[in-house]
Design a binder for this molecule. Sequence first.
Ligand code: CUK
Ligand code: CUA
Length: 633
Amino acid sequence: MSKEELGLDKNANDVALESEERRKFFSKSALIGAGVVAAPMTAAMFASTAQAQVKSAANSPVVHPGELDEYYGFWSGGHSGEVRIMGIPSMRELMRIPVFNIDSATGWGLTNESKHIKGESAHILAGDSHHPHMSMTDGSYNGKYVFINDKANSRVARIRCDIMKCDKMLTVPNVQAVHGLRVQKAPYTKYVVCNGEFEIPMNNDGKDGMEDVSTYRSLYNVINAETMEMAFQVMVDGNLDNTDADYDGKYFASTCYNSEMGMNLGEMITSERDHVVIFSLAACEAALKAGKFKTYNGNDVPVLDGRKGSELTRYIPVPKSPHGLNTSPNGEYFVANGKLSPTVSIISIKKLDDLFANKIKPRDTIVAEPELGLGPLHTAFDNKGNAYTTLFLDSQIAKWNVQDAIDAHNGKKVNYIRQKLDVHYQPGHNHTSQGETRDADGKWLIALCKFSKDRFLPVGPLKPENDQLIDISGDEMKLVHDGPAFAEPHDCMMVHRSKMKPLKIWPRNDPFFAPTHAQAKKDGVDVYTQNKVIRDGKKVRVYMTSIAPTYGMNEFKVKLGDEVTVIVTNLDQVEDVTHGFCMTNHGVQMEVGPQATSSITFIANKPGVQWYYCNWFCHALHMEMRGRMLVEA
Ligand code: CUK
Ligand code: CUA
């Protein structure tokens, strides 16, 4: 990377201004630290902090106009149902990827291509996206796919990172509410894994078992990442929350809250301990091969039995209603975050072989349970052995050292807490740059705060959330940016831009619109050269091209009540010249990217002249890019 890409070409003035800013942050966090960190700051700590300020001069959040960010951030949009692409460290929102929602700008959920991808759930217009995670090779992001769950409708979708569009969607059978989602990290992402959260009767047909709570189950779901079809499911005891994978391709782990199988809040939080379920991938694949599974609800997805006592799983008791589950980037530990306990539980992945061989007891895998503060939800890691845990109730991030926590657990007198930083307010997930891969680089931390309260101009009773950017390159965490966000970035991930290769123009034979091209072929139309109306009974297919600032067809005629499909192929080969198609008064809108084909179907239910126009600004004569549909009564 060049000097200017790294921001090293700034003049002395810029640097002086930045360090002025940093001094302000420094004095603030030093004050906070004094009240919260158990050990007072020593002279040595102050010295190393001063050094860190020098060190972090290169880690500037300032991205000047025209400069590019160093990282892509993929943000979940929560109950907006979308995924967003952020530039890090500028925190600029670069793009939105509609996934489980519908979107009138791109036509997602309206076009035939998107409905085809949404498949059997195309009629569902809402969603709740939580956990975006990228496919990996050997524990590093490979820039190929981002996977995302829909808690609301039990779906998992895949985003293709070359076009930044959703290209596959699957409704997970036999479960309700798909929550935690991660990918197999090594040797490559063969499987996407996700948790069924809400427990239900195995055959949920309303015939029997609804009253008998003891028959309710929740399932661990293993999806083939390439085909996006179910590989298998594993029945567990208790319900599941969050999950992660090791770096050897051997184990997955999930937190379980409500091991009590309570049906109301009081019942759900009675036990002092819940558990982490460890899944052995080899044992699951062997059981699958041996045919040791059942099927339910009339589908053919194999369900393995991983309840307590099974060879497929082990249950490690941890305190109390754990939430996040995070693997350390050195591959050594799973960290389960206590939520109702002020602790996190550190599970040694090395010890899991012995646990599965029944040589040790489940609790023997716990190497430390450091106390961090109130409401630990999620943990992220840097490349220096430190962990960063969100404390929901304390509204803080606790920075702590993993080895020191283990040493303290073994009786050594050492303070494992490095710093506590106030965040604003009530953080859920946090995430470090590349911190869920081998390439954790310890540069940036994002705290996804659920409440913004007084941090922004008031905008009515509904307030934005607050995504805060924290510089972790020095010894001290420093808050450098407040980013208002619409509902609700549960989780995010940051990938270095060197891993990404997005396309500038659509490939003409892209699978995204292959079904539309197949229909054109049947109709005998070459979508790149021809403008043509094909009548097929009451169905009319209108093929038209577009080149800025005109459509290939200025008018076409249909009859009242016809089912009209308009197929637009954009012949522009110029980067960033996207056209659109909008039929006024018909709820018909879509994007047509350069060289792409998009299609949309509607009923011509209004007689007379109906104008269509281009709704993506494309040319000085963009307003003139329109035509008429003549509907004969
Ligand atoms: S969850 Cu929302 S803060 Cu869905 Cu990963 Cu923890
Ligand atoms: Cu084409 Cu606007």
